[in-house]
Design a binder for this molecule. Structure first.
Ligand code: ADP
Ligand code: MG
Length: 251
């Protein structure tokens, strides 16, 4: 059984069909990229998978269990976690504090009020800091742990957004344009980071515009154009697919 199954997903916004009957499977441990021209429906597809949007038709299954229609935080607790196209971190907090807070928010959704006053909370605080620190080290952000987010260069800020998502202990991590706005050096680091995440056993689904990075990093690629899947396969196969070339050249 596939880890994640996208089945006949359709999303309409009024008269616009943003996602049109899209199906594909995501296998455990792979890096699968969704590519397509601007406005193709990639971000909408992500929001449907993470249950930030309700599909007009179709469904999403996690290990055979339907997750579409559940609240996003429930889906996140089941292990399907997304980052945002725009980075969302607390600018006045340090990198470490941001990841610690993300741990708290994850627990709070389940345990609520009394939790924070308890001895258990204080014990967890120490373990949160340790694991947050470990995530930052792992993602190559160890040396900026105590920097305020607002002082971090763009590439680091994007990486911090991923560290925050990692605090939710995802099984499937959805990254929306992780390489956007990065210089070549930042991209290299981010590509290594995403591979490192996969090497930890986390399945990675990413939407990306940057072709060279996508070709380097992906095990498989799904191509969408005007909401419809037009190709699926290895980077090599997709690169040479006439339908894909046409969609990209706008021919
Ligand atoms: P991509 O991420 O591939 O650039 P999107 O998924 O953001 O594309 O958008 C796909 C299409 O759906 C676009 O035409 C966009 O304008 C439209 N769209 C996205 N979100 C909404 C919304 N909330 N309401 C109306 N139209 C939307
Ligand atoms: Mg988008």
């Amino acid at each position: 059984m596939s880890l994640l199954r996208v089945q006949d997903l359709t999303k309409r916004f009024g008269g616009l069909v943003a996602v049109n009957d899209v199906s594909f499977d995501v296998e455990a441990g792979e890096i699968l990229s969704i590519i397509g021209p601007n406005g193709a429906g990639k971000s909408t597809l992500f929001k449907l998978i993470a249950s930030f949007l309700k599909p007009t038709a179709g469904r999403v299954l996690l290990e055979g269990e339907e997750i579409s229609g559940l609240k996003p935080h429930i889906v996140a607790r089941k292990g399907v976690v997304r980052t945002f196209q725009e980075t969302t971190v607390f600018k006045e907090m340090t990198a470490l504090e941001n990841v610690v807070v993300a741990h708290h928010l994850r627990l709070k959704a389940g345990l609520l009020g009394v939790y924070f006053a308890s001895p258990r909370a204080r014990a967890d605080e120490a373990s949160f800091r340790a694991s947050a620190s470990e995530i930052l080290d792992y993602l190559g952000l160890g040396h900026v742990k105590h920097e305020r987010a607002r002082n971090l260069p763009h590439g680091y800020l994007r990486a911090l957004g991923i560290a925050v998502a990692m605090a939710a202990e995802p099984r499937v991590l959805l990254l929306d344009e992780p390489f956007a706005g990065m210089n070549p050096e930042e991209k290299d680091r981010a590509v290594r980071m995403v591979r490192g995440i996969r090497d930890r056993g986390i399945t990675v689904l990413l939407v990306e515009h940057d072709m060279p990075s996508v070709m380097r990093i992906s095990d498989r690629i799904v191509v969408i154009s005007f909401g419809t899947k037009i190709a699926e396969g290895t980077p090599e196969a997709v690169r040479n697919d006439p339908a894909v070339i046409e969609a990209y050249l706008g021919a």
